[in-house]
Design a protein around this ligand. Structure first.
Ligand code: ADP
Length: 257
């Protein structure tokens, strides 16, 4: 169990969330969603109340990873001034409250959104959802783009961002851009995670890059087929709750974050 600190991250949206954490990457395919989901489950294992937002508008994959085919429902709530408000109830998946852009678009529909629309969608998405009180809200960001980060930095008082990268040099260059992007929009960078380390892509590049950029190294997650297998069948929570090769690595990343 952990001592859950954190100021109120709710910002202008007034969410009752202690810590909002963004998980970003310079490019797609490095395991950003995998890290976001396993971070959320690990924090829950430590005893925190956790929500997971899939803001990866270009490729929302969280519902698949956590294995839910449910859709969120709208429910009426009593507002402060006695008015009835219709709010969205997030989907529950293995004890996490989950919201995803995937709930609102057709599975094979491409999402083409410009900045202002994206801004509106993300803010409604967060604000109109009945999150209740949370210790952590983990946000799976779209890769690369600064649009969503800028929106979030304006709406919330974010605890910070975790940058995920794989060990090869090209991926590291993109990770540097992601770090700079977060710094530009004044979201503190909590650290860097090296995912898929091992024989194929190499090892240690992210730690070195972290030192260069003066950001903490949060841990490495080796390339391991069990991660892909559990994700494919929607059992990603098992990677942190069951004894397996990746468990210690994933819990360590959450602890360091
Ligand atoms: P992103 O969100 O960066 O696009 P994903 O988290 O969707 O990436 O991961 C891309 C693919 O790689 C998924 O099939 C996932 O299961 C797999 N994957 C992620 N991390 C690992 C790892 N450490 N070992 C093996 N497969 C992984």
């Amino acid at each position: 169990s952990i001592n859950i600190k954190g100021k109120n991250s709710g910002g202008r949206l007034g969410l009752k969330v202690k810590n909002v954490i963004a998980v970003g990457a310079g490019k797609g395919g490095v395991g950003k969603s995998t890290v976001a989901a396993s971070l959320a489950f690990a924090l829950k294992e430590f005893g925190a109340r956790v929500g997971l937002v899939d803001a990866d508008v270009y490729g929302p994959s969280i519902p698949h990873l956590v294995g839910t085919s449910e859709k969120p429902v709208a429910q009426e709530f009593q507002g402060k001034d006695g008015q009835t408000l219709t709010r969205i109830v997030p989907v529950e998946a293995d004890g996490l409250k989950v919201m995803s852009m995937a709930f609102f678009v057709e599975p094979e529909q491409a999402v083409i959104w410009r900045g202002p629309m994206l801004h509106k969608a993300i803010s409604q998405f967060l604000q109109d959802t009945e999150w209740g009180e949370l210790d952590y809200l983990v946000i799976d960001m779209p890769p690369g783009t600064g649009d969503v980060s800028l929106t979030l930095s304006q709406l919330l008082d974010m605890a910070g961002a975790v940058v995920v990268c794989s060990p090869q040099q090209v991926a590291l260059l993109d990770a540097v851009k992601a770090v700079q992007m977060f710094r530009q929009v004044k979201i503190p960078v909590l650290g860097i995670v090296e995912n898929m380390s091992g024989e194929v892509f190499g090892r240690g590049g992210a730690q070195a890059k972290g030192e260069e950029l003066q950001i903490p190294f949060l841990g490495e997650i080796p390339m391991n087929a069990e991660i892909r297998e559990k994700s494919d069948v929607g059992n990603i929570s098992q990677l942190v709750t069951e004894d397996c090769e990746s468990q210690a690595h994933l819990l360590k990343v959450a602890e360091n974050t």
